[in-house]
Every structure is written in structure tokens, then in C-alpha cells.
Design a protein around this ligand. Structure first.
Ligand code: ADP
Ligand code: MG
Length: 242
């Protein structure tokens, strides 16, 4: 079942064309990793998918529905899409538990008691049950990012978008965050992950998409793209990062 379909998507910032004719299709349960040089449009693509940016042209279909034509229902759509950013931006004056409980209560998805139980479960899942009552400042970057993942999961999304979730972390903290993401993938979460962690892409991705200059240049299984890239630009990029 196709969950998300991006068709001929384009995005311009005034006269700068950042996405051009992007076509991507993601099935339920698939993990798609997006790689590419800085400035190639990866973040803009994710931001268009959850409508943090308004696309200039093309279509984004979620379960067959064009999300640009949802009108007020766009809030409902966003509840199905979880997003984790490079910078964790947790609420600094709320504990881990309060951070994870906040959205489901605020948006009337769960009663406070249920939201709290769920938040504890999610903190367990990301290995931070012992940090439930701790404030973000007292957590390492990796722990903050894991709380941010739990917070996104609290809305029970159908798809999770990750934008370089480990890029701002000290190297020794990257592994724990990737482990949580691996576990999510194993459980069948549909995921779109922008990352420079090629090991993660090799181990976890069903498909890897290489972007450059706003185009999807190449798309294939990790084993194909990492061992036999077909495009010169993919080859050159991989030679730099592998
Ligand atoms: P990536 O995530 O692959 O590094 P981005 O999607 O962040 O790339 O950016 C792609 C291009 O779009 C870059 O040239 C960037 O400067 C430009 N860009 C991104 N956001 C904006 C914005 N809000 N206004 C103008 N230009 C932007
Ligand atoms: Mg980016």
C-alpha cells in the first residue's frame, strides 16, 4: 500500500529553485533514506511533506489525498506525520515526561492520565525511563534527541520524518539515537530519514535516494547504490563520504 506519494514536486524561494520535479513513493512500513550534499534540498523536501513549507508545484498525496487541498484538515494530516529535527528543541521548562505528554493532551488526543502512561512507555522505549523527571538542560544531546523522538511518537504518527537527527551530536552519542531509530524501523514504522550515517542507510534502509541540486538523481536499494552507483554525481558524493 502506497502511503505517501510525491509527484513532480517543485519548490522555489523567490527565484531560487530548490526542488525540481521530485517524484518519490513510500509504501507503508518502508524506510527510505535520503542522502546528498548540503544544499541539495533534503530538508526542504521533508518540510514540504509536512507542509512547513508550501510547495510551488506538483502534488503530495497521503493515502491518495492531495495534502495541498486539505484546507482546515491540514492539522489532522500533520498529526499523522511525526518530525524529528537536527536540533531537538524540547520545551526547556518541561521535564522529559511533560515534553512527551504535552501534544496529545494539548490537542485532545488523550486524557492527561493516559498521556502520562503513554509518555512513560515511550520513555522506556527510548531507554530514558530514569530521566522522566529531568529537565532537558540536564540531559546529553543524545538523550534530548531520544526524548524528541518519544515526543514525536506520542502523537501516534503513521510516518516519521527525520532530518539529520544525529548531525548535531557528539560522535559517542550518535549510536544510541540510531539504535532507537533501528528499533522503530524493525517495528514496522514508515520512515523517511535524511542522514549522513551511511552505516544506518546500509543496515536499515529499504531504499536510498540520492539528491543533488534539487533533483532526485538516483534511487535504489542500499546494496546497489553503495556498491554500484549508476550516476557520476552519486559516485562522486559517495567517494567523498564513505
Ligand atoms: P539540505 O537540507 O539538502 O542541506 P535545504 O533544503 O536546507 O538543503 O536547502 C536547499 C536550498 O534552499 C539551499 O540553497 C538553501 O539555502 C535554500 N533555502 C532553504 N530554505 C530557504 C528559505 N526559507 N529561504 C530561502 N532559501 C532557502
Ligand atoms: Mg538539511
Amino acid at each position: 500500500m502506497v502511503m505517501l506519494e510525491v509527484k513532480k514536486l517543485s519548490k522555489c524561494f523567490i527565484d531560487l529553485e530548490v526542488l525540481r520535479d521530485v517524484n518519490i513513493s513510500i509504501k507503508k512500513g518502508e524506510v527510505v533514506v535520503v542522502i546528498g550534499p548540503s544544499g541539495s534540498g533534503k530538508s526542504t523536501l521533508l518540510r514540504c511533506i509536512n507542509l512547513l513549507e508550501q510547495p510551488t508545484g506538483g502534488e503530495i498525496l497521503y493515502m491518495g489525498q492531495n495534502i495541498m487541498q486539505l484546507g482546515k484538515k491540514v492539522t489532522d494530516y500533520r498529526k499523522h506525520v511525526g518530525m524529528v529535527f537536527q536540533r531537538f528543541n524540547l520545551f526547556p521548562l518541561k521535564t522529559s515526561l511533560e515534553n512527551v505528554m504535552y501534544a496529545p493532551v494539548k490537542l485532545n488526543k488523550l486524557q492527561p492520565k493516559d498521556a502520562k502512561d503513554q509518555a512513560m512507555e515511550l520513555l522506556c522505549k527510548v531507554g530514558l525511563e530514569s530521566k522522566a523527571n529531568v529537565y532537558p538542560l540536564a540531559l546529553s544531546g543524545g538523550q534530548q534527541q531520544r526524548v524528541a523522538i518519544a515526543r514525536a511518537l506520542a502523537m501516534q504518527p503513521d510516518i516519521m520524518l527525520f532530518d539529520e537527527p544525529t548531525s548535531a551530536l557528539d560522535p559517542e552519542l550518535v549510536g544510541d539515537v540510531l539504535e532507537v531509530m533501528k528499533q522503530l524501523a524493525k517495528e514496522g514504522m514508515t520512515m523517511m530519514v535524511v542522514t549522513h550515517e551511511m552505516g544506518f542507510a546500509k543496515d536499515v534502509a529499504d531504499r536510498v535516494i540520492f539528491m543533488d541540486g534539487g533533483y532526485v538523481i538516483e534511487e535504489d536499494t542500499p546494496s546497489e547504490i553503495f556498491t554500484r552507483p549508476k550516476n557520476d554525481r552519486t559516485r562522486a558524493f559517495l567517494a567523498r563520504v564513505l
